[in-house]
Each structure stands twice: as structure tokens, then as C-alpha cells.
Design a protein around this ligand. Structure first.
Ligand code: SF4
Length: 529
């Protein structure tokens, strides 16, 4: 669906800001690929681009791939920006550049919706989701593209139903240069973890697209040369279990129709391990990875952060159950919690060893605005908002330096190459072996696809096997995979593993942030090439 009743014609430049370097930006993996430069196409701006009046011209620039040029700004009449808190500085920078061309700039998305006061320079603020505020903003721009004298704020009261969302304008994105495709089925989460801003921003009653919309989006991505793996960016894929069960048969049918050339990944709560009927269907639909916010293996800490649902099954048992359906678990971990003790890093490292999870995003606790954590710490006067030298805005109960030292030690030891590759070895032997066996599709046997794999192997052997700093560990793992004829396991594990090792080395030596939201080292942003 598009907005209706607008006759003017406009030229809109949508600019997605660079990410600050973090565990999830995968910049050390890109040189090993066949030309990928960014993680996933952004959903929000591409949905907005598809919602604009049909006669409006749109350019989309993702600055993680390439910077917006003077020619882009000269072409445009209006600039749209969207992003998360981690991109705040870059969003303000885009606004400054656009104002250099006297263009009005509108900002929407999760960061401005939570914190409008972070963006005083923008001409238009779009607070909330796609809805009546979007229509009002577009009507205003249809009438007038001069910059308003003072900032105008549009706030959504009536949201567009997700079942009326247009297919994101994937055709505007250079989809082949992303590591993953992205897709959204639902929005919102029924839980209320203390640190999380999702329920506050998107509600506790997940809203949904229809399975038919998802299939149409997949078809469109396929036409455009979809990446091998598509990530469901839903806050919690099983936030509405009935809806997940409703969607999965459609995904299975789609996979059969397209001969299983695509893999899926998603985010879900760990209690998915209690739902074998969902896991079995996910296996059939070729889901290969689930990101679970495990946060901590400490039950007292889970209780304190209101994440008791992680304890519906013993955590290690839950991970093993998910692995038994062929899906690797990726885990979010938080350090610096009030329940942390001097032995927390050791307990975490034991958990890493026992769970055999290769990829854990280990971050220091950061309080986000509009969360119960923020409110509590504000009451306790434990928010530190005026010290840019820190890696967290939380005044920890343990001494700050001890917490940061523990985090660095955890990063260093969790991503010690031999340990990480031992965990990947387990995944290859156990988890990946449990995946659905599908015949190699004709698409995978094309020269184009074989060439891609050869380029990646060449890059891996040269950059990691010859030039890399952990060659012995690499070759032990790689030769084992080659003996098994497992190129997919080899390429997939090394692409991610290399990023983790190199990022962790930079982090433990103080060259990277201890939190995805830390403002320290903002200058170390991922360069747009
Ligand atoms: S389960 Fe995940 S998305 Fe839901 S509130 Fe907790 S952290 Fe947020």
C-alpha cells in the first residue's frame, strides 16, 4: 500500500548512516567474501521508499556501502534518514551535509522515536512507526520543500497495519553487496526485559504481516539476486507462536518451489527450545541460525532483569535442543549487571566452553532511554551521562575498571582461535549434521555460484591461511572440512570466525568499544568504501 491523494512530484534521497564498528558489523569478514561490504539492507527506509507516492522519484544510499555524493544531494529536493542510537552521530552528520545544500531533512526510525531530543538540527522529526504521521509529513513535503523556520514534529497515533505494508523497495538496494537478506514478519515482543526498548517502542502484542506478503517479498528478493541467507529481523520470531506456526508451512512450500537455494536465520527467545513442533518446521524450512538473547548464565541475574523466560528449560539443555534441529545458536551476553560478582567472567567462560556456541556478542550493559532499566538507574542516580571516556553510561556496582578488565579478559579468552575453532568443529560435527538434507539445487551448480565459492576460498586461504595470525589453528580446521568435502561449513565458519577473532583482539587491546552504544571511539566507524 502507498500513501494516496498526493499529486505533486518530488525527488527524495534516502540515506542510511554508517554503523560504528561493532561485533555485528562484520568488517573483518568482508575482505574474505566476493565483494560484500555490509551486513543487511535496512528495512525501515526501504519500506518508506515503497510507501511514497508512486510518481515520486527515490534514490537510496547506504553509507555502509558508499557515501552519498554531492551529486546525490544536488539531485534531491528532500533527504530522509533513519537509524538506531548507535548511528546517532552519523545521522547528525548526514543532516549537516544536506543542510549544506539547503535541503530539508526528515528523520524517522527507532532512535528518534525513543529520543527526539537527540536530533535538534533536523527539520522534520517522524516519531513512531509508519502511519498518520508519515502521511502528514508527505503531504507537507508535497506542498512545500523549503526548510521550515523551526523543527516540525509528526507523531504517529494510527499505525498502518503490517498487513498493509508495501514490499520494501529492495530494488533500490544493491542487494548482492550485503552478507544477508533481511525480512520482517512481526514487530513487538510480549516480554519486558528490563534493559530492552522493544516493548516500549513497538508494543507487547506483536503485529504481523501475512504469510502471503512474506512469500511475495522472498520472490522479489530472489528476482533481485538474493543473498544465500535471509534474516528475519523480527524482535522475537516466536513472540506470537501461533503466527510462527502459521507462517512456517508457507516457508517450507517456498523452499520446495525454489529448490532450497536459501537459508533462514532469526531472533527468538530461548524458550523456543520447549517447542519441538516449531523447531521441526523451522528445520524443514531450512532455518540454520537462531539468535537468542541468553544475556547471562546466572539465574539470579536473569530473574533480576525480568528474563525468567530464559529459564523455562536449563540453558545448556535449551541450546542443545536447538542444535539437535540443525540450528546454531548465536547468543547475546551482557556484562556489568548489578548481580555480577568478581567471578562472573570465569562463569561466563565456562558457559562458552560448555554451550559450544561460537558467536556470542559480549557487551557491557548500557541503559537505553525509554526502558525500565533507564528509569531505575535514574531513580538510583546511577546514570553517567556526561563522561565520554566511559564504555557505558551505567554506574556499575562493581568498580568500573574491574568490569571493563573482566570484559576484555572474557573477549580475549572466548575468542582465542583454538577455542573458537573447536566450537565451530562441534557445530560442523553435531549441529550442521542435523540439518535437513536437501539435494544440491541446479542454481547452486551454476558457474556463477561455483565462481563465487572459488573466490571466497582463494581469499580465505590467502588472507587467513597464508597471511593470518593464527595459521596453524586455521589449517587444522580447514583440512578437516576439506577431507569431509564440507565447503559450506568451511566458508561459513571461517568468514564469521575470522571477524570474531580479529574484532576480539582489537577489543581486548582497547581499540574497540565494550558496548554497541558506547560513544567512545566513535571515530572508528566502519569506513564507507
Ligand atoms: S525477549 Fe528480547 S525482544 Fe523481548 S523484551 Fe526481552 S530482550 Fe526485548
Amino acid at each position: 500500500m502507498r500513501v494516496e491523494g498526493i499529486e505533486a512530484v518530488r525527488r527524495i534521497l534516502c540515506v542510511f548512516p554508517r554503523y560504528t564498528s561493532s561485533f555485528g558489523t562484520f568488517e573483518y569478514a568482508y575482505p574474505l567474501t566476493d565483494g560484500q561490504k555490509a551486513f543487511m539492507p535496512p528495512q525501515g527506509l526501504l519500506v518508506l521508499a515503497a510507501y511514497l507516492p508512486a510518481q515520486w522519484q527515490v534514490r537510496f544510499v547506504d553509507e555502509n556501502l558508499t557515501p552519498a555524493t554531492d551529486a546525490d544531494f544536488e539531485w534531491a529536493e528532500v533527504v530522509f534518514v533513519s537509524g538506531m542510537h548507535i548511528q546517532r552521530q552519523q545521522m547528525n552528520d548526514i543532516c549537516r551535509r544536506a543542510h549544506g545544500f539547503d535541503l530539508p531533512v526528515a528523520i524517522g526510525g527507532p532512535s528518534v522515536s525513543a529520543c527526539p531530543d537527540y536530533y535538534p538540527s533536523f527539520d522534520y522529526l517522524h516519531v513512531g512507526e509508519l502511519g498518520d504521521a508519515t502521511d502528514a509529513l508527505l503531504r507537507r513535503l508535497a506542498d512545500d520543500v523549503t526548510r521550515p523556520e523551526r523543527q516540525v514534529v509528526f507523531t504517529t497515533k494510527d499505525r498502518v497495519a503490517m498487513s498493509d505494508f508495501p514490499i520494501p523497495a529492495y530494488e533500490l538496494a544493491d542487494i548482492r553487496r550485503y552478507m544477508l537478506g533481511s525480512l520482517q514478519y512481526s514487530s513487538g515482543c510480549p516480554y519486558e526485559c528490563e534493559f530492552c526498548d522493544i516493548p516500549g517502542l513497538y508494543g507487547r502484542n506483536p503485529r504481523l504481516k501475512t504469510p502471503q506478503q512474506i512469500v511475495a517479498e522472498l520472490d522479489k528478493m530472489r528476482e533481485l539476486g538474493i543473498a544465500d541467507t535471509v534474516y528475519f529481523v523480527d524482535d522475537n520470531f516466536i513472540g506470537n507462536r501461533k503466527a510462527a506456526l502459521n507462517l512456517l508451512p508457507h516457508l517450507i512450500e517456498w523452499q520446495k518451489r525454489t529448490l532450497y537455494a536459501t537459508r533462514f536465520a532469526c531472533e527468538a527467545t530461548l524458550n523456543i527450545a520447549k517447542r519441538p513442533e516449531i523447531l521441526e518446521k523451522m528445520r524443514e524450512a531450512a532455518f540454520i541460525t537462531i539468535f537468542c538473547g541468553i544475556e547471562t548464565p546466572d539465574p539470579d541475574a536473569l530473574k533480576a532483569m525480568h528474563k525468567d523466560h530464559n529459564m523455562m528449560v536449563p540453558i545448556l539443555e535449551g541450546v542443545k535442543t536447538i542444535n539437535s534441529f540443525g540450528m546454531e545458536v548465536v547468543s547475546g551476553i551482557i556484562m556489568g549487571l548489578d548481580t555480577d560478582k568478581p567471578g562472573t567472567a570465569d562463569a561466563l567462560l565456562s558457559f562458552v566452553d560448555d554451550s559450544k556456541i561460537p558467536l556470542l556478542t559480549i557487551n557491557l550493559l548500557q541503559a537505553l532511554p525509554k526502558t525500565p532499566l533507564w528509569d531505575r538507574l535514574a531513580r538510583e542516580k546511577r546514570l553517567v551521562l556526561d563522561d565520554d571516556s566511559r564504555d557505558s553510561n551505567v554506574d556499575f556496582l562493581l568498580p568500573y575498571d574491574d568490569v571493563v578488565r573482566s570484559w576484555k579478559r572474557a573477549m580475549e579468552l572466548a575468542y582465542e582461535p583454538a577455542k573458537l575453532y573447536a566450537r565451530y568443529q562441534y557445530q560442523c560435527d553435531y549441529t550442521y549434521a542435523n540439518r535437513l538434507k536437501v539435494p544440491i539445487s541446479p542454481e547452486m551448480k551454476t558457474w556463477k555460484n561455483i565462481r563465487r565459492a572459488l573466490i571466497m576460498l582463494r581469499n580465505i586461504f590467502w588472507r587467513v591461511g597464508v597471511l593470518g595470525p593464527y595459521r596453524r589453528v586455521f589449517w587444522k580446521f580447514a583440512l578437516g572440512r576439506l577431507r569431509h568435502g564440507d565447503l559450506e561449513g568451511l566458508i561459513g565458519s571461517v568468514l564469521i570466525g575470522h571477524h570474531l577473532i580479529m574484532f576480539a583482539r582489537a577489543a581486548s587491546s582497547g581499540q574497540q568499544n565494550a558496548s554497541n552504544y558506547s560513544i567512545r571511539l566513535r571515530e572508528a566507524s566502519v569506513p564507507a568504501e
